[in-house]
Write a protein that binds this ligand. Structure first.
Ligand code: H2B
Length: 96
């Protein structure tokens, strides 16, 4: 079961996952990714989807050609959890 992030964990997010920023309108983390073209973007999404399925934790995302917007939040707890941090770290690793 997902565990909501503590205040201390939230304060550390800038260090743990520096590329991610708080969403403006809800308790979520957001990041935008730009690729050379649609093929690169879709390849990235495929790899993220496999990680998401493995951990049963899924991104809220959209794609416009070479751009992927991702928001991470845990629906089961109504906000940020340890699962979001783990998925963000996995996504950063996929990027290389
Ligand atoms: N993804 C996200 N982002 N949040 C969840 O709470 C969540 C999920 N829950 N993927 C999972 C699926 C849950 O609904 C299933 C039944 O395990």
């Amino acid at each position: 079961m997902a565990r909501r992030l503590t205040d201390a964990e939230r304060a550390n997010l800038g260090t743990t996952i520096p590329g991610w920023a708080p969403a403006l309108d809800r308790d979520a983390l957001r990041r935008e990714f730009k690729f050379a073209d649609f093929s690169e973007a879709w390849g990235f999404m495929t790899r993220v989807a496999l990680a998401a399925e493995k951990w049963d934790h899924h991104p809220d995302w959209s794609n416009v050609w070479n751009t992927v917007h991702i928001e991470l939040s845990t629906h089961d707890v109504g906000g940020l959890s340890d699962n979001d941090v783990r998925l963000a770290q996995a996504i950063d690793k996929i990027l290389g």
